[in-house]
Every structure is written in structure tokens, then in C-alpha cells.
Design a protein around this ligand. Structure first.
Ligand code: AP5
Ligand code: MG
Length: 191
């Protein structure tokens, strides 16, 4: 079973490329951000708490995210051809927990694709999306914070996969189609 981690800073194109990959390879897309936003949209008390973290650009506590992702994998494992993980793992602790989860599942094939995009381009993309997205975190102040949190807490996850030979870098600059082609070239060689 393939576990393809689409990794990169806010605005690097994780969601956009996930949609294209799902269409082509029929994988199950698990986006922790989308799961959190649907909880917020439900109007539950939990959603209100989650939105306090998200609107400030802070990460949700690891334990909660690990439980959420683990449940989603369990839910789809028997019917899925493989997973795209978008937005998880986002800390080294989450990477360790994922490794632990998958060690109990035979034949797990993990690959992390890191999409790298220049900071100015990330901000430009997110501000543009913020004009219509309604996302509480698509404003300049929160975007700035999200990028700081990415550098401090999330980027170190790359090393975790590099040392295990499970990391590939993808140039995330250019058109959506160009980036999708690069990802496909990599997948041809790796899976
Ligand atoms: P999450 O929803 O994961 O957001 P993010 O990582 O900040 O990333 P985005 O969804 O904003 O960007 P993306 O990389 O998906 O890019 P997209 O394709 O949309 O997380 C939100 C929050 O939830 C976190 O801040 C945290 O609080 C919490 N959270 C989530 N997971 C967590 C976890 N595991 N642990 C703890 N907390 C967690 O593209 C962006 C825009 O650019 C779009 O408008 C798109 O159309 C456009 N675009 C895409 N590609 C291109 C291109 N090549 N050229 C021009 N425009 C492009
Ligand atoms: Mg996204």
C-alpha cells in the first residue's frame, strides 16, 4: 500500500496536486486541513477550539492530529488503493507516530515529495486565494505566522525521511501542469 506524503509550505500546492494525483492514480486523499475545516464548518464546540489555533497560524496539538489521522487510515484501509497524505506529518513527532502506525501494516510503501516554492510566490498565491476562500488563515498576518511555524516545526520532518531514503525534492515553481509532470516523472521511477 502506497502512502504518498505531499509535503511543503503553506501554498506550495499540496491540495492542488493531490486532486490531480487522485484522479490519475485513484488514491485516497487525506488532508488534515480539510478534515479540520469540516469540523469547524459543523459548528461544534471542538470546531470553535480548532479555529482558534488555525486562525492564528498555530498547529493543532500532535496527539489530537495523530488520533485523527490514524482513524481516517483505519476507515479507508480495506477499500483504498493507497493514500495521499496532505498536511500530515507536520512535526517530527507526527512522523514518528506515522512510522509506528505503518510498521503494523505489512507492505507499506512510504514516499515523501517535498515541493519547494519561493517565499514571495507562496505569499502571492495565498493572498490571491484569500480574496475568495473564506479561510480564516488566508490573511497576511496569519500567512506570515504559518510560514514561520513551517520553518521551525515542519521543515525538520524532511530530515526524518531523508535519513531513511524516502525523500524526493520537487521544484514547486511553475504552472500546475509543469509541477504535476515533475511529480509523475518521480512516481514512475519510485513506485
Ligand atoms: P492546511 O490546510 O494543511 O494548510 P497549509 O499547509 O497551510 O497549506 P494550504 O492548504 O494553504 O496550501 P497547499 O499547499 O495545499 O496549496 P494549494 O494547492 O491550496 O492546514 C491549515 C492549518 O490546519 C494549519 O495551519 C494548522 O493550524 C492546521 N493543521 C493541518 N494539519 C495539521 C497537522 N498535521 N498538525 C497540526 N496542525 C495541522 O495552493 C494554494 C493556492 O495557490 C491555491 O489558490 C491554488 O489554486 C494556487 N496554486 C497552486 N499551485 C499553483 C501554481 N503552480 N501556480 C499558481 N498558483 C497555484
Ligand atoms: Mg491545502
Amino acid at each position: 500500500m502506497l502512502y504518498l506524503i505531499l509535503f511543503g509550505a503553506p501554498g506550495s500546492g499540496k491540495g492542488t496536486q493531490s486532486d490531480l494525483l487522485v484522479e490519475k492514480y485513484h488514491l485516497t486523499h487525506l488532508s488534515t486541513g480539510d478534515l479540520l475545516r469540516s469540523e469547524i464548518a459543523s459548528g461544534s464546540p471542538l470546531g470553535t477550539t480548532l479555529n482558534e489555533y488555525i486562525s492564528k497560524g498555530n498547529l493543532i496539538p500532535d496527539a489530537m492530529m495523530i488520533e485523527m489521522l490514524s482513524k481516517e487510515i483505519d476507515k479507508h484501509a480495506s477499500t483504498s488503493k493507497g493514500f495521499i497524505l496532505d498536511g500530515f506529518p507536520r512535526t517530527v513527532e507526527q512522523a514518528e507516530a506515522l512510522q509506528q502506525m505503518l510498521s503494523n501494516r505489512e507492505g507499506s510503501n512510504v514516499l515523501l515529495l517535498e515541493m519547494t516554492v519561493e517565499k514571495d510566490e507562496l505569499i502571492k498565491r495565498l493572498l490571491k486565494r484569500g480574496e475568495t476562500s473564506g479561510r480564516s488563515d488566508d490573511n497576511l498576518e496569519t500567512i506570515t505566522k504559518r510560514l514561520e511555524v513551517y520553518e521551525a516545526k515542519t521543515k525538520p520532518v524532511n530530515e526524518y525521511y531523508k535519513t531513511r531514503g524516502l525523500h524526493v525534492g520537487i521544484d514547486g515553481m511553475g504552472t500546475v501542469e509543469q509541477i504535476f509532470d515533475r511529480i509523475n516523472q518521480t512516481l514512475k521511477q519510485k513506485i
